[in-house]
Design a protein around this ligand. Structure first.
Ligand SMILES: Cc1cn([C@H]2C[C@H](O)[C@@H](COP(=O)(O)OP(=O)(O)O[C@H]3O[C@H](C)C(=O)[C@H](O)[C@H]3O)O2)c(=O)[nH]c1=O
Length: 197
């Protein structure tokens, strides 16, 4: 996983920022008892205390049947750019965010985090980052909040296997499940700049 830098707490949440400024790993406190468990998954008050004040306007949910399914790397162009808050309901993913802000000192660099139903981790992906994940188990379900609604005309992708990004996917190319759209996605260097630092 990518090196973390500082950790702060608010309510039932702990936030860990990365050396690569922007994305935030959030861990929710789980209250277990003989019935099972309870945990809060989002709190506008506590997330604001952690520095995440975005207004989320849409919730998404995907199921990927096979381990090794890669969905990404995706982003929406301005004025419909999206920040995302990603968590796993069932199974596990390697979740990745890539800095695509032109002029950023970390341009083209990524953070990677394992999110699972078991660890209750979430990844906050700010505007200016491409996002994608690889499932690590069959029948993995991912739920995520976004800060703008779906805009197909602004939907863009970057090749999951872009050699300039060298993303740490844990599956060999021949074992990866991809949508046709993701199979055809261009390399970052072949795209016009989408965001400025
Ligand atoms: C994203 C989205 C898709 N759709 C429709 C469009 C397609 O007919 C169908 C599947 O869409 P897509 O293949 O783009 O789904 P994913 O490959 O899971 O895309 C997502 O994958 C990565 C992980 C992301 O971060 C994005 O949120 C999102 O791009 O759902 C909608 O109706 N609304 C939406 O918000």
């Amino acid at each position: 996983m990518t090196a973390a830098s500082e950790t702060v707490a608010a309510g039932n949440f702990t936030a860990t920022r990365y050396a690569l400024a922007g994305p935030v790993l959030i861990t929710a406190r789980r209250f277990g008892d003989h019935r099972g468990f309870f945990l809060e998954t989002y709190s506008a008050r506590d997330f604001a205390a952690l520095g995440i004040t975005d207004l989320f306007v849409q919730d998404n949910h995907s199921l990927s049947a096979q381990a090794g399914t890669i969905r990404g790397m995706h982003f929406q162009l301005a004025p419909r750019a999206q920040a995302k808050l990603v968590r796993v309901l069932r199974g596990a993913i390697l979740d990745i965010a890539v800095d695509i802000r032109r002029g950023s000192p970390s341009y083209g660099q990524h953070v990677a985090a394992e999110l699972s139903a078991a660890n209750a981790h979430q990844l906050y992906v700010p505007v200016g980052f491409a996002h994608g994940f690889c499932t690590l188990e069959p029948d993995t379900e991912v739920a995520y909040k976004v800060t703008d609604t779906y805009a197909p005309d602004c939907d863009r992708g970057i090749a999951w296997d872009d050699p300039d990004l060298a993303l740490p996917w844990p599956f060999e190319a021949e074992a990866v499940q991809l949508s046709d759209k993701d199979r055809r996605a261009p390399r970052l260097r072949d795209l016009p700049p989408a965001f400025e630092y």
